[in-house]
Design a protein around this ligand. Sequence first.
Ligand code: GRG
Length: 302
Amino acid sequence: MISRPTEQTFTEKLEHYRARVNSKLNLIMKDCSNVPQPLREAMEYSVLGGGKRIRPLLVYASGEALGLDENLLDPIAAAVELIHAYSLIHDDLPSMDNDDIRRGRPTTHRAFNEATAILAGDSLQALAFSVITQDPLLATHPKALVQIISRLALAIGPSGMVGGQMLDIEAEGTKIDEITLENIHRRKTGELIRASIMMPCELSTESVADITRLDKFGRDIGLVFQIRDDLLEAKEDTETIGKNTDSDRRNKKSTYPSLFGIDGAERRATKICDRAMENLAELGSRAAILQRVSDYILNRSN
Ligand code: GRG
């Protein structure tokens, strides 16, 4: 049984972690002074213009469960958010989901232009890797560093996020079953979330059994995240979630609500989240913040 932090402790922790990653991201963007101006502006627009910072929160919460120094986690937290920002820019492009609104503002290709948006996404992807490889503190853990880079590359590459996006596009307008939808969601969204939890593990001396529990937890919570995302798009309005709510319908995508209805999708999200929590429970009170971030992922309203 995990003893749960009070609401106040939890909120303070989230604010602390968000402030940490935001300050790191601000520094990274300041360091981009030699980047051509429109490109730099589009990168800043996409990285510093809001967002819940859920993936960095998972990096810090996982690191907290493992007793790691926060200074070691900062570059990893910033890198996952840079990758996430790149993925949102490209996901919104006319050739992808063709969306106009993201985080309550024009998408990057609308605020700038398509070519600049594509280049900003490409730049953020490369920048994420240089943030990790050039960090002096991480450099003192060379073996872990190689594994961290490897985990990130695998999560976002052709077998992970980009592969998931390809399957998602291929499935548009077709009727797919639950196994196919789960595979798309796990790759497109789940693998980066799983990597956010697993990259800190490379820096820890935790037992293989506990690392395996965190991995199972990461796989499940990544899927829960995308089911909740499907549900929010089906239930909420654009103002609440800050993005188009007709995107899945317009692009003829299968989603958990379209396959199982709102209640069926809610039940599946809760069941998978319960399974994720069972794995966390084995880690005891160290995993309390990770557990609360998971509650937030399951119950979030935007
Ligand atoms: C290489 C052209 C090209 C494309 C790559 C990057 C990509 C295709 C696909 C990624 C698909 C993707 C964006 C998945 C994540 C979807 C998702 C649930 C986004 C919302 O995340 P939140 O709610 O967003 O964490 P905020 O705004 O809070 O950061």
